[in-house]
Design a protein around this ligand. Structure first.
Ligand SMILES: *Cc1c(COP(=O)(O)O)cnc(C)c1O
Length: 394
């Protein structure tokens, strides 16, 4: 369906969908690895690009294309590239935009493996990386080198909830000939549109808000410029980071309710945040929707809502944090985020356990930090669950 000029919720439901000969109401799962050519000439035309017929599912597939076009429209980009996972998206972007001897500036509180793959793998191909506090603009400027090619940011950052000024980064990137890549997983295109703020590439772990039901792993990249899009698609196809048709079908189903899920989750989140902020056992809380968040004003200028992710610390640090983990009943003790269910986790002992103590501190991941992804359950049940678990801490 042509959704040009339509608004966001309409695009969620219809963007990327196409009519088939049966009048299917949803995009079917084209579970096929390969596609027949009608003739030798047609095969030649598909490969040369003269015809846009499908060839092989790693390269492109109708169900996957529908999902790619859907997210590309939501992000106001040129086109999308769906991947097997969020890390598939990140690796494809690195592979396409970095080369021997090039340098990337990245947020220090970036998603752990997004940093790990640079330090442990791309470094073997002489790619240099600097991890800086991108919430402080001077640290980005100081990290610039003659060989810097990419500025990579995550905002809000994982799991410190620090906000990076996307417009300022876009200006800096343009002035210095860098490509600005934004991991928009925490916001989804419903709450933040990095390409509209000046970024060149936006990517997501589809696993989180876009799918929203904790039942698949996936990724997506959207580029603004056709040249950059083609480079990244080449890397994705050649490295084999493609999404699968059934994954794309489920992601298309999930994304339809993105706005209603996020609206509900963030309505819950502000109440949970206020409860935690007022609780005597809570030492601090960072939620972009609280006026106490150091970048509350900046958040308002680039996010249309504050989302449902927050982090907080308990008085007494590590042990009370672990105790809380062991006494919540409704909140699932699990990594991941952005689903309909409330999830809680303790990065110091879980996701960032392999990161050195010094690196954790530099990135703002203190031993007491607890990350909460607020779901769409009834808010009183979420608050009561946290309340009873907090009471077990003496
Ligand atoms: C989960 C996550 C990723 C990685 O996505 P996967 O789908 O798990 O590969 C990347 N960035 C952020 C911010 C995430 O939360």
């Amino acid at each position: 369906m042509n959704t040009n000029g339509k608004e966001f919720n309409t695009k969620l439901i219809h963007a990327g969908a196409f009519d088939d000969e049966y009048g299917s109401a949803t995009v079917p799962i084209y579970q096929t690895s390969t596609f027949k050519f009608s003739s030798a000439q047609n095969g030649a035309d598909c490969f040369s690009g003269k015809s846009d017929g499908y060839i092989y599912t790693r390269i492109a597939n109708p169900t996957i294309r529908a999902f790619e076009k859907n997210i590309a429209e939501l992000e106001n980009g040129y086109d999308g590239i769906a991947t097997s996972s969020g890390m598939g998206a990140i690796s494809s972007v690195y592979m396409a935009l970095l080369g021997a001897g090039s340098h990337i500036i990245s947020s220090d509180a970036v998603y752990g493996p997004a940093r790990g793959v640079l330090e442990q793998d791309f470094s073997r191909f002489t790619v240099e990386a600097s991890f800086v506090n991108t919430s402080n603009f001077d640290s980005i400027r100081e990290a610039l080198r003659p060989n810097t090619k990419v500025l990579y940011i995550e905002t809000p950052a994982n799991p410190t909830m620090g906000i990076t000024d996307v417009r300022a980064c876009a200006k800096f990137a343009k002035a210095n000939n860098l490509i600005l890549v934004v991991d928009n997983t925490f916001c989804s295109p419903y709450l933040q549109k990095p390409l509209d703020l000046g970024a060149d590439v936006v990517l997501h772990s589809v696993t989180k808000f876009i799918n929203g039901h904790a039942d698949l792993v996936g990724g997506i990249i959207v580029a603004k410029d056709p040249g950059i899009y083609k480079k990244i698609r080449h890397s994705m196809v050649y490295m084999g980071c493609n999404m699968d048709p059934t994954q794309a079908f489920m992601a298309l189903r999930g994304v339809k309710t993105l706005a209603v899920r996020v609206d509900r989750a963030q309505m819950n989140a502000i109440q949970v945040a206020r409860f935690l902020e007022a609780h005597p056992k809570v030492a601090w809380i960072k939620y972009p929707g609280l006026e106490s968040h150091p970048q509350y004003e900046l958040a308002k200028t680039q996010m249309s809502g504050f989302g449902s992710m927050m982090s907080f610390g308990l008085k007494g640090g590590y042990e009370p944090g672990r105790k809380l983990m062991d006494h919540v009943h409704l909140a699932l003790l699990a990594v991941s985020l952005g689903g309909v269910e409330t999830l809680i986790q303790h990065p110091a002992s879980m996701t960032h356990a392999a990161v050195s103590y010094e690196d954790k501190l530099v990135a703002g991941i203190t031993d007491d930090l607890i990350r909460l992804s607020v779901g769409i359950e009834d808010v009183n049940d979420i608050i009561n669950d946290l309340k009873q678990a907090l009471e077990t801490i003496k």
